[in-house]
Design a protein around this ligand. Structure first.
Ligand code: SF4
Length: 365
């Protein structure tokens, strides 16, 4: 069982972490700024998705000053694909506060870090312990799960303040950053939510439940059908501010700056799924946001058909394809544009339905 001083627990956990920690780019640095960026990206986002974006973001904004000096829309564009854009806005805002009010020096304690925009209990403890060696315990969903199972507490009724006390008592004060990362790693790779791999667990002997815990009920997802228009033109003449001969363009709509979700981001024009013509159907994708599965159908339109879409309400703009990587796109727009090969980086898993529209419809492929 778990001993109050936790020495044996620390030694087993850290020994396991030293041998088994995944090699992740943010674990190869001690730069608190880089650790901060990675911790913000990792909130509510899978490691695999963060890996796709972290290096590129760090190349573009290698230090706090580069980030603070950037325009918000550029930061959002670099964040495109990670979702939850509020995180990027607050990261940018906090970088500006540090650059302008703290002489560019990131605070070194969890308490001082907590005062910055977008930095909560988890993030300040993670940066302070991993980046500055402060002996402060981190509690995230993974750590909560490991602790409640180790202690034999009910996951649904375990109180966070009590978990914090236990986490603080168990913390290895000589290696707080590694200990915190090891706890999170154990939850992410061994003490899995549904089927924990107890036989591979370094602290199995000390665990009160050893896999016999109560499994939380699966969250119910809602479903919603939505449809979008993929309107493109390939300039070969004509006029227009952005019309550049030979460079294909896509029509996008900007979400309202007051929208509660993804304000100011660009997306494909929405259309009514009930009235869309089946022969225009181009692509089906599923997209999940929090508790909703969106079943999305994208319909293709020829240039001469776009009039109604062009005249609908909202800010609309034609974007030349090379510019799409530079603008803040919603996660769904990015997914669809990649699937249609209007953005680089995606191999389509199934043939597109282009028979009715003709292969020239996607002629930039
Ligand atoms: Fe989790 Fe099983 Fe390890 Fe207990 S023994 S901490 S339930 S993986």
């Amino acid at each position: 069982m778990l001993k109050p001083d936790g020495k044996e627990f620390q030694s087993r956990l850290l020994g396991w972490f030293d041998e088994n920690a995944r090699d992740l780019p943010w674990r190869r640095t001690t730069d608190p700024y880089a650790i901060w960026v990675s911790e913000v990206m990792l909130q509510q986002t899978r490691v695999a998705a963060v890996l796709e974006h972290y290096d590129r973001f760090m190349r573009r904004y290698p230090d706090l000053h580069a980030l603070a000096a950037a325009k918000e829309e550029d930061v959002l564009a670099s964040w495109s694909g990670l979702g939850y854009y509020r995180r990027a806005r607050l990261l940018h805002k906090a970088a500006k506060v540090v650059a302008e009010e703290l002489a560019g020096k990131l605070p070194e304690t969890s308490v001082a870090l907590r005062a910055l925009p977008g930095i909560g209990d988890y993030t300040c403890a993670a940066i302070a312990s991993i980046g500055f060696g402060e002996a402060v315990a981190v509690i995230d969903g993974n750590v909560e799960r490991v602790l409640t199972r180790m202690l034999g507490w009910d996951e649904k009724t375990a109180l966070l303040p009590r978990l914090r006390e236990v986490a603080a008592a168990l913390l290895a004060k000589d290696r707080p950053g590694d200990f915190n990362q090891a706890m999170m790693e154990l939850g992410a790779t061994v003490c899995l939510p549904r089927a924990p791999l107890c036989l591979q667990c370094p602290v199995q002997e000390q665990c009160a439940t050893q896999g016999e815990h109560v499994v939380a009920e699966r969250r119910k997802m809602k479903s919603q059908r939505v449809a979008y228009a993929f309107v493109r033109r390939v300039p070969g003449g004509g006029s227009g501010k952005n019309l550049r001969r030979g460079i294909p363009e896509v029509l996008l709509v900007q979400r309202s700056r007051d929208a509660s979700l993804m304000p100011g981001m660009w997306e494909l024009p929405a259309i009514d799924p009930e009235t869309a013509l089946p022969e225009r159907r181009l692509l089906d994708v599923r997209h999940s946001i929090t508790v909703t599965n969106y079943y999305v159908t994208v319909y293709g339109f020829e240039p001469e058909e776009e009039r109604a879409l062009l005249e609908a309400e909202g800010v609309r703009r034609w974007f030349p394809l090379p510019e799409l990587v530079e603008i803040p796109l919603t996660g769904l727009a990015r997914k669809v544009l990649k699937r249609l090969k209007a953005l680089p980086g995606y191999v389509t898993p199934a043939p597109l339905r282009i028979e009715k529209l003709g292969p020239e419809f996607l002629q930039w492929k």
